[in-house]
Design a protein around this ligand. Sequence first.
Ligand code: FAD
Length: 369
Amino acid sequence: MDMKVVILGAGGHGVSLAYHLVKKGFKNVTIIEKTRINYGSSGRNAGRFRYHFYTKENVEFAKEAIPYLLRMCRELPLNPVCMKTGYLWILEDERALEAMKRNDSLWKSLGVGGKFMDCSEFDYLKSDGQCYLAPQDGSFHHDYLTFGLYEEIKGQVTMITGEADKLLFSGGKVRGVRVKENVIDADAVVVTLGAWSGKFMAQNGIRLPIEPEKKEIFITEDLKYRVKPLVITSKVYFSHTLKGEILGGVEDKRERGFLDFDVSYERLSIFLKDVRRLVKGAEGIRVLRGWGGYYEMTPDHSHVMGFSSTWPEGLYVDAGYSGHGMMFSPYSGKLMADLIADGVKSRFIDVFGPERFEKNRLVDERMVI
Ligand SMILES: Cc1cc2nc3c(=O)[nH]c(=O)nc-3n(C[C@H](O)[C@H](O)[C@H](O)COP(=O)(O)OP(=O)(O)OC[C@H]3O[C@@H](n4cnc5c(N)ncnc54)[C@H](O)[C@@H]3O)c2cc1C
């Protein structure tokens, strides 16, 4: 295939799209990345997957995307170690319990129901209240996923290190991208810039409501008790790594913007305090390391994939996954490749397309973890 496709950003989504285009026989695929593969959120996440969202639309997307992720885990040359470990919500008060009953009934109707349980049934927890276990969910390693995809196509795509700053278009069509003083010609340009997508589009006069929200995440020393599922409270989430350390973060909202990637003592102590409070044997545990990253926030906490009829022809986007984009990267790369290469428009591209913001068809996802 001679069509020139330029992909902006080498995170999970950009690399996955490149992988799927190459598998379809595309010979002219270029990725432009300002820093390095997985520099953004794709190298800074918790590596968890789930079917369980607040909206039917996102559960239905996950029902296609997660089996696809699990299939890629089996097929890729590097092993992302996909495992079903479950998600476990600690329902700390009546409100949390009522909210979970509503979710449970949606999830059951979509075939991914979980189970209300007494928290004391989990030997690693100190809590004895009500819990909800979603056993279908799990974990994987994000770096091995992206690098596994890249391993399959390196040498077959052009990788340019540099910051894309300007979209070039004429006659209503995309013509290329400018990287410093160089122009890279393109028949199609795909914006997979994660948290930077809104900024890049704004620079080019196009409104795409995606903003960064900084998050911090920590890893402790390893622990005797294995916290198998991802445990979620209203304040923190955590789970064990393969080695038995506790990996997790704080559930808080903060101002939007490109804040520094450092970690704060304040969030480290919230995380550590809750792990020590909730996990048996974690009383004196310390943090080994921590880092920052961005969730890519849209007004309805759901991703943006496809194109808009008001954009230049040949311009596409796949971004804005808030805190759940890593697990979706293999499948969204496939859907975007089907669209660009074959003109096959999945029903999800109608649901999650960028025009929903103008047409007021928001998805109303509320379960950002
Ligand atoms: C703390 C944390 C925990 C998370 N936990 C999970 C989880 O458990 N499960 C899950 O599925 N998801 C999780 N996520 C979300 C997930 O990481 C992201 O949704 C996903 O990685 C986004 O991938 P991406 O390829 O769209 O963007 P990114 O990985 O951010 O890639 C964008 C790339 O674009 C590059 N770039 C930016 N501007 C330019 C430019 N102008 N020119 C060229 N290149 C540029 C950046 O350097 C970057 O490499 C988490 C995120 C964070 C921060």
